[in-house]
Design a protein around this ligand. Structure first.
Ligand code: PLP
Length: 380
């Protein structure tokens, strides 16, 4: 059997990782500023994480959601404390798309409506409603094009207000820093006004923190820079450092109903043990502060280098913490490929012209300097 060939692949096989570094099958070391698409939060193969999941799988990897699972309760308690959302409720699933799917489902159960507002260029996943909320017609199959979603311009409060005041909007789905959309940032005054209008109209405000959350922006959640409290927050990616897991944080105004949501694998023992270890490491190593400090250093240094004329082709640098977009006036393809093949640095990308940095939250200023020099080398 062949693999279903949907991924354009680099001809590189990554075999091993440690911290912010990975090694390929030929023994070549790379600096990982991509984190396997924003998934690696605490760094590769962290010993505390390895020990926690190894010991858990040796004890009990999985049992179903039909019995007590104290690890889930412990994780909910710890996540509440870490995020400042101690009064919220947690539903655990397996991926980002599934988190968004359940968030929108919950919103619809809550207010009985079926219409979603989403930002132009948004990416919310590939399952049926999540993909409809994703503003990319190429990945919306005819069976998913059900007319539930209206896409609106980022930060244009009048456009959003006009739609919400029609009274039929179930939920607004917001990535406070768009990832796939090219590191486009939601502004505080927009989100604050949106939150107010949503509350007035009983529309549910959902923040998709799957890429920009879990410490990446330099606060636990990106929306925490913007002074709002969403009704529902979705997380995945960094939550378990690569073990598939997602979560929905749900405000107390939603009442759980037996059987309304469910999953076979979500919240299993192994995932919870891994997610608890991730929180331990984020806290002990102050990784959110590190994301803020190193991210600010990268952004400031890049802006300064650009001002000095030392970054040809760079037209904009934007982002927050360790979620950074470097927009070029040329396609990213050649410089990104040179960064990998010549400088041995993995980066992400968006659209056609944006290099995207999504490194593990443990990278150092020395790693940042290595990247900045490498970028100068490939952009000459
Ligand atoms: C903002 C955002 N939402 C949702 C998803 C979907 O997550 P998953 O691929 O785990 O389903 C992604 C994945 O890249 C994402 O970046």
């Amino acid at each position: 059997m062949n693999l279903f060939d949907v991924y354009p692949l680099f001809d590189i096989e990554i075999q091993r990782g440690q911290g912010s570094r990975v090694w390929d099958s030929k023994g070549q070391e790379y600096l990982d500023l991509y984190g396997g698409h924003a998934v690696i939060s605490i760094g590769h193969a962290h010993p505390h994480y390895v020990k926690a999941i190894s010991e858990q799988v040796a004890r009990l990897g999985f049992y179903s959601n039909s019995v007590q699972n104290p690890l889930q309760k412990e994780f909910a308690h710890r996540l509440g404390k870490a995020t400042g959302y101690e009064d919220y409720q947690l539903f655990l699933i397996n991926s980002g798309a599934e988190a968004n799917e359940n968030a929108m489902k919950l919103a619809s159960f809550y207010n009985g409506r079926t219409r979603i507002l989403s930002i132009e260029k948004a990416f919310h996943g590939r399952t049926s409603l999540a993909v409809e909320a994703t503003a990319n017609p190429k990945i919306i199959a005819p069976i998913n094009a059900n007319g539930h979603v209206t896409y609106l311009p980022i930060n244009d409060i009048e456009a959003w207000k006009k739609e919400i005041e029609k009274g039929d909007v179930c939920a607004c789905m917001i990535e406070c820093i768009q990832g796939v959309g090219g590191i486009r940032m939601v502004q505080a005054d927009f989100l604050q006004q949106l939150s107010k209008i949503c509350a007035e109209q009983d529309t549910v405000l959902i923040c998709d923190e799957i890429q920009c959350g879990y410490g990446r922006s330099g606060k636990f959640f990106a929306h925490q820079w913007l002074g709002v409290k969403p009704d529902i927050i979705t997380v995945a990616k960094g939550i378990c450092n690569g073990y598939p897991m997602g979560g929905v944080l749900i405000s107390p105004k939603f009442t759980p109903v037996y059987g309304q949501l469910g999953t076979t694998f979500g919240g299993n023992h192994l995932g919870c043990a891994g997610a608890l270890a991730v929180l331990d490491i984020i806290e002990q190593e102050r990784l959110i502060d590190n994301a803020h400090n190193v991210g600010t250093y990268i952004i400031d240094t890049l802006i300064n280098e650009k001002a000095q004329g030392r970054l040809p082709h760079v037209v904009d640098i934007r982002g927050r913490g360790l979620m950074i977009g470097i927009e070029l006036d040329i396609p990213y393809k050649e410089p990104r490929t040179s960064l990998i093949n010549q400088e041995h640095i993995f980066t992400g990308c968006s659209g056609t012209n944006v290099i995207r940095l999504l490194p593990p939250l443990c990278i150092t200023k020395e790693d940042a300097d290595t990247f900045i020099q490498a970028l100068k080398n490939v952009l000459v």
